[in-house]
Design a protein around this ligand. Structure first.
Ligand code: PMP
Length: 434
């Protein structure tokens, strides 16, 4: 697998060193820097199917999938063709195009709670806009989120819990005003009692609850039975807007997202990743009554020069068409099951305490002897050092896992028997080595 790199940066190490001269930390998104696992980030050059290839020409089976979008595998020929054909007609118009309507209609068909949909260019924009809309719709300022969930980097959402339950939120990054963070209430994920208590005390001031219906930014933590239902009940009781952040779970855990899988319907849904098919796309949408408050229909402002960009829509729409074929998600979930069970078997053979979680095409890996993982605290109690050693051993063997113990992993439709077998072969060695 020869490298196609023609300039002087022939290795990942050299590329990283050069990048650091011009880009903060050498990366355009922090988790790429390998801070969580140590070592030098791998610079990629191309990808195809279940594989990514680095600048040195080394091939890896990829379980990151650009952090979720590549549910069809990399460089799917039909997606690439749709992008090329659309690009040839012009890259952006800043005026309405028919493909935006096709996209919104397709989203509505797959996620029926999204009666009206607004396209944006990232998951961060989607959640930020949904929060503003919920505040504008209800006239309330307080929002509820959950520890360990990530919803992008807008100010209101870069907030962690204060020192005690139900204290005012505090900024989790310098630059976020404390006066804004205090409106964000952060509760423990999967803790129904904490939700009830919060609404009992502050329910009438709460604009919305935003939740990852399967948490994928603290590793992979599925909701316990009743958790999402409790959110729905409390929001109904107090006229708050329930937002499912399905940026990760949308078209990932089921064709209709987590809301279809768990049978709980939110008022607003945010999407990203898969709906762009690898292009920069996000979306938010939901109930007509709420969405009609958005400009130009209503007073809540939100806009974007490149929103609904035709090339991005072409990649996304083609992706949504291809995942809509019957049986797609059964096969994806089966691949994920075989991966997780196979890794558990390799760990058991090596005597390493290890477990996995999975929902549809996303999974979590845990170095622990606990059988079940349902909370952020349980995730934190796992052996992160052992994960780091495993990550590097797998990397060496040609398997690319998320470079952090606190991120979900993803399989794609392109992860075939050969890719799984390759992975197990690597894992047998890696578990033995650690
Ligand atoms: N919400 C969730 C659930 C996410 O996983 C992410 C990104 N990982 C975001 C929002 C933010 O999306 P983006 O990185 O496209 O801004």
């Amino acid at each position: 697998f020869p490298s196609h790199n023609t300039d002087t940066m022939t290795t990942s190490a050299e590329s990283f060193s050069q990048a650091q001269n011009y880009i903060p930390g050498g990366v355009n998104s922090p988790v790429r820097a390998f801070k969580g696992v140590g070592g030098t980030p791998i610079f990629f050059e191309r990808a195809a199917g279940p594989h990514v290839y680095d600048v040195e020409g080394k091939r890896y089976v990829d379980y990151v999938g650009s952090w979720g979008p590549m549910v069809l595998g990399h460089a799917h020929p039909e997606v690439i063709r749709a992008v090329q054909e659309t690009a040839a007609k012009g890259l952006s118009f800043g005026a309405p195009t028919q493909i935006e309507t096709a996209m919104a209609r397709k989203i509505f068909e797959l996620v029926p709670s999204m009666a009206l949909v607004r396209m944006v260019s990232s998951g961060t924009e989607a959640t930020m806009s949904a929060i503003r809309l919920a505040r504008g719709y209800t006239g309330q300022d307080k929002i509820v989120k959950f520890e360990g969930c990530y919803h992008g980097h807008s100010d209101s959402l870069l907030v962690k819990a204060g020192s005690g339950a139900l204290t005012l939120g505090v900024p989790s990054s310098p630059g976020v005003p404390a006066s804004l963070a205090e409106h964000t209430l952060t509760l423990p994920y999967n803790n129904i009692a904490a939700v009830r208590d919060c609404f009992d005390r502050l329910g009438d001031h709460i604009a919305c609850v935003i939740v990852e219906p399967v948490a994928g930014n603290m590793n992979c933590v599925p909701p316990i039975p009743g958790f999402l239902q409790a959110l729905r009940e409390e929001c109904d009781k107090h006229d708050a807007v329930l937002i499912f952040d399905e940026v990760m779970t949308g078209f990932r855990v089921a064709l209709g997202g987590a809301q279809a899988l768990y049978g709980v319907t939110p008022d607003l849904t945010t999407l990203g990743k898969v709906i762009g098919g690898g292009m920069p796309v996000g979306a938010f949408g939901g109930k007509r009554a709420v969405m009609e408050k958005l400009a130009p229909l209503g007073p809540v402002y939100q806009a974007g020069t490149l929103s609904g960009n035709p090339v991005a829509m072409a990649a996304g729409l083609k992706t949504l068409e291809l995942i809509s074929v019957p049986g797609f998600y059964d096969q994806l979930a089966d691949t994920c099951r075989r991966l997780c069970e196979g890794l558990e078997a390799c760990a058991a053979a090596a005597g390493v305490p290890f477990t996995t979680t999975r929902v549809g095409g996303m999974f979590g890996l845990y170095f622990t002897d606990q059988a079940e993982i349902t909370s952020f605290d349980e995730v934190l109690a796992c052996d992160a050092e052992r994960f780091k050693a495993f990550f590097h051993a797998m990397l060496e063997e040609g398997v690319y896992l998320a470079p952090s113990a606190y991120e979900a992993g993803f399989v794609s439709a392109a992860h075939d028997e050969a890719a799984l077998e390759y992975t197990f072969h690597a894992a047998e060695k890696a578990f033995r080595r650690i």
